[in-house]
Design a protein around this ligand. Sequence first.
Ligand code: K7E
Ligand code: CUA
Length: 664
Amino acid sequence: MKKLTIGLVAVSAAFLIMLTPSCKPKNAGSAVNADAAAKAYVAPGKYDEFYNFVSGGFSGQMSVYGLPSGRLLRVIPVFSVDPEKGYGYSEETKPMLNTSHGFVPWDDLHHTELSQTNGEIDGRWVFGNANNTPRVARIDLTTFRTAEVIELPNSAGNHSSPFITENTEYVVAGTRFSVPADDSNGDVPINTYKKNFQGSISFISVGKEDGKMDIAFQLRCPGVNFDLSHAGKGKSNGWFFFSCYNTEQANTLLEVNASQRDKDFIMAVNWKKAEEYLKAGKGRKQAVKYAHNVYNEKTHTATSEIKTEVTVLDVRELKDICYMIPCPKSPHGCDVDPTGEYIVGSGKLAALIPVFSFDKIQKAIADKAFAGEYDGVPVIKYEAALHGEVQKPGLGPLHTEFDGKGNAYTTFFVSSEVVKWNIESLKVLDRAPTYYSVGHLCIPGGDTKKPNAKYLIAYNKITKDRYLPTGPELAQSAQLYDISGDKMQLILDFPTIGEPHYAQAVAADVIKNRSVKFYKIDENANPFVSKGEGNTKVVRTGNRVDVYMTCIRSHFSPDNIEGVKAGDEVYFHVTNLEQDWDVPHGFAIKGASNAELLIMPGETQTLKWVAEKPGMFPFYCTDFCSALHQEMQGYIRISPAGSNVPLMFSTGKNLPAADSAAAK
Ligand code: K7E
Ligand code: CUA
């Protein structure tokens, strides 16, 4: 949160001040006692009970923690290059970061969403959103790798994303920024927002077996900011709910100008209806450009395809797809309880939490209990949709998850706490301080039909004095609570990578036995594979040199290469011949301007390296793989352009002497 600029005036100043983080809660020092700490203790050699998939925020990655220990198990590169793993640097993975804007090496990942079957987490995939250059990624949980990335046209700031339907039929993504449509002239005055800007929601279909994503259709919506969303479930399956702010349609100083109205909206979307219209041919084909990137597990190679068309349904014309439900005030989170009956809006600037009833929404639609239209979309009367309000819950409600026992847990950014309340009675039952301003929260399965409500994790935006100082920026933090009893009990703090937003967790058993241990070398279909040392070679084509290399404990083959010349483009295609769990080898070469390779057993990865000048260039394995890891190395000799040193390579024996100077 930024400090208030002097000069901003009265109207919203009080609310804005509310939004700045609170001071340090009292008793911050003694939050955890030894008994509580024992609950988070996972003995050496023991596994955690849960996997926790945490968004990395502006790191663009996703991190995987074990719970309850809070141990960091892995960082999965998704939308940002990761030199540690060669992601976005190896020739095979570069296409994953291709977009209609070209290669984009960074993004901002806010939300993780695990795939579901029948409204329960099935452990197959986890999705993530790119907030900046709008994309959705699918991570395969057999490999913990990004398997697919799809870009979203007509979007900017893909924030209310990626949320899924209860059988993962769709991953849904709403644009944060409204912008002119991609096929219209965007070169218009900014203050023509009301006339020229539009909202867009993408329904991305997901292949039942292979998970393959495709943009099934988009909804053209009023120009507002879509913030978050969740699918209906059970009785409300077939519907999707989006929080909207800036219904003022302001285009400048939103902190004031988008806080004018007493109520913004939750937009209810009948996606089954949209499907009917789509079938009936009511969609308009629109010319657009977006990238669709897929990683092939057989070739260990990604491809990127630019697609050129989407089908758009205009909700201002097809009146019974979307309905606006007034929601106080600048709603952020939009969460649906496990029964599918209750929809919770969390107005950042509201002093209460409104809870809407799906049955009442249906009745209001049937009775036409409307209070007019908003930009062509019917507005349901607030009272007609409302189940009730939680009164005085706290300040700055953001997000809600559920325990499956009739209770909801809401985070409060301003008052820095998690508040437990009963969904039926709307009574506050418990509150627990967080240290400090909390954003999202996660209960394993907490947005599904079957929460596993043993723990709750709060993801905090600001940690102040929880950790040792680390310069001007402190570690971001997660806090773990035991919620198995009536009262929440804080049991652990752990720092996180980047800035955590949403996270999801699932019982370890759902995932751990599916984990791939290594790639079968026989099935390696990378065009540059060497399936044994006997197949290794070095091939020159003009000034391109392809090195077909293998690695196995503890040498490369070839490990002596001569006859490469300054200016040559050298492609090291390194195949890891190991067929054992957890024996990666690394490959790094002096002067490489990209990264290392980290090659999994049975895999082939390629590093491009330009031989800039004559000299001797060592390469080595970066991953400690055996007692003789430090011996795992080699040399490539670079001769001047035009030299006569013949192309030669070997392992375990000397190359015939060729003297570059003498050969001239
Ligand atoms: Cu951090 Cu989900 Cu981007 Cu709320 S959002 S906190
Ligand atoms: Cu291979 Cu170290």
